[in-house]
Design a protein around this ligand. Structure first.
Ligand code: BG6
Length: 491
């Protein structure tokens, strides 16, 4: 058996990195709008600028360091890549047409919370924002593409971060519930595929989640994580109630991890790292409860979660229909790391794997790891899977005639799709779709760079905001079109 006839081939994006129009049409500010660009290859991080309680301005490399009471601001003399990004806001018709031309059956995008509720918790929603997405979804349908909609992708409203410490607070959770419910009501019949919270398991995303103090304050970190789980379960439950046709998935960064060696200490280190980094999130959202090891850990550390009555039932009722995840690379985990080179990548906390090559940004390239990942998830949960992000962030060169030759990207795609094919045909994994990341160039989340490109369509925009935003097809565009039109047969 090859790929399903109704396989959802497509591409993926997120508003905070793609949409731009950061104050257009009544939109408010999100945390991502206050993050500067960085320099990934040279290790320069993205930064926030905050107004301190004494009125002075200070720069921070992480929300973690911004003290409560300081206000993260958007400084008018600073360049912020999300403000224009690659301007889907004004190019959506062209981008959807290009995607349909490539043979997409599915277009993954996210809704910007602050386009609907500018402060996150406003009394009434912003109709102009709701209408914008309605128009986009209708156009997707007209072109034969199912929208796959992420409700929350790294765009905590800045007001909720500054005033409520983001997801630590129940106020943010309640605001999210209203926001999610409204989306299901408004887009009933138009959107059938949803993802609740993007990469819920990536701890650096606490920054995007507006949580100030998550490293030294474990209580806050665990409460924010818990609130995210409850918010996701609520969205699944209410989404099913509003339209039983809705298919709702989770979103986990799921790179496979290998023990660095067969030393049982390395094997246990990998097990422990994987259950903290991935399986906890899958278990809660697929099985509907915290695993026992985590309950024991919280007890041991004296952490008590602030639960509301009915939460346990909600977690059980809000289990997902499918397991969706991003896969870029793998990592090796060692018990003793101080004598080994660490590995790069915004999803990786392991050591360098001597058997694998890496991208220019240090992310390992591991196609077989994708087959392993598909098998390990399917063996564990036995529900349909969807790969909602995958791809190679690379430096592209535009030739004089405007063409972009990107054989490195084509090779990456071919090798990974072959592994999907093997997982489906040989291993019997139930895979329902594939939406590679940033199919039209967009801003990198980890580094804020434009030059770290994933797309099959090039967008003329650089790291400093120069460029006319025109779109052009890379060689990989034609390759992906061939793959999609042959339902993954012609690699
Ligand atoms: C995932 C995110 O972490 O990986 C995306 O869901 C992100 O938002 C993608 O863009 C690639 O990471 P980066 O840092 O290269 O943009």
């Amino acid at each position: 058996m090859s790929f399903r006839e109704d396989f959802l081939w497509g591409g993926a994006s997120a508003a905070n990195q793609y949409e731009g129009g950061y104050l257009s049409g009544g939109k408010g500010l999100a945390v991502a709008d206050a993050l500067t660009g960085g320099d990934g290859i040279h290790g320069v991080p993205r930064t926030f600028i905050a107004k301190m309680p004494d009125g002075t301005m200070k720069k921070f490399g992480n929300m973690e360091e911004v003290p409560l009471g300081a206000e993260v601001i958007v400084d008018e003399n600073t360049y912020y890549p999300s403000h224009v990004a690659t301007d889907f806001y004004h190019h959506w018709k062209e981008d959807l047409a290009l995607s349909a031309e490539m043979g997409f059956k599915c277009f993954r995008m996210s809704i910007n919370w602050t386009r609907i509720f500018p402060n996150g918790d406003d009394e009434t929603p912003n109709e102009e924002g709701l209408q914008f997405y309605e128009d986009v979804f209708k156009e997707c349908k007209r072109l034969g593409m199912e929208p796959l909609v992420t409700i929350y992708h790294f765009d905590c409203p800045l007001h909720l971060a500054n005033a409520y410490d983001g997801w630590v607070s129940k106020h943010t959770l309640e605001a999210f519930k209203r926001y999610a419910k409204l989306l299901f009501e408004r887009y009933k019949g138009l959107v059938h595929y949803w993802l609740t919270i993007n990469e819920i398991n990536i701890n650096t995303n606490f920054m995007m989640n507006g949580v100030h103090d998550h490293i030294s304050n474990r209580q806050n970190a665990e409460q924010a994580r818990y609130n995210l789980f409850v918010g996701s379960a609520y969205a699944v439950k209410v989404g099913h109630e509003i339209d039983p046709e809705n298919k709702i998935g989770l979103m986990i960064a799921h790179g496979v991890s290998y023990p660095y060696s067969c030393d049982p200490k390395d094997v246990f280190a990998e097990l422990d790292d994987s259950r903290h980094g991935k399986w906890l999130y899958g278990d809660v959202q697929v099985r509907g409860k915290y695993p026992q090891w985590k309950i024991n850990e919280l007890k041991r550390e004296g952490i008590t979660l602030d639960k509301d009555p009915g939460d346990d039932e909600l977690l059980k009722e809000g289990v997902v229909d499918f397991y969706s995840f991003s896969y870029y690379s793998s990592q090796a985990i060692a018990a003793k790391t101080d004598d080994k080179e660490s590995s790069a990548g915004n999803q990786s906390h392991g050591v360098k794997n001597p058997h694998l090559q890496a991208s220019e940004w240090g992310w390992t390239i591991d196609p077989l790891g994708l087959r392993i990942t598909l098998n390990e998830i399917y063996d564990r949960y036995q529900i349909p899977l969807m790969i909602v992000e995958n791809g190679l962030g690379a430096l592209d060169k535009v030739e004089e005639d405007g063409s972009v030759h990107d054989p490195y990207r084509i090779n990456y795609m071919r090798d990974h799709i072959q592994m999907m094919k093997d997982a489906v045909e040989i291993d019997g994994v139930d895979l329902m779709g594939y939406t590679p990341w940033g199919s039209i160039d967009l801003v990198s989340a980890g580094t804020g760079e434009m030059r770290k490109r994933y797309g099959f369509v090039y967008v003329n925009m650089d790291d400093d905001g120069n460029g006319d935003l025109s779109r052009s097809k890379k060689d990989s565009f034609f390759y992906m079109k061939k793959v999609y039109e042959s339902n993954g047969e012609d690699l």
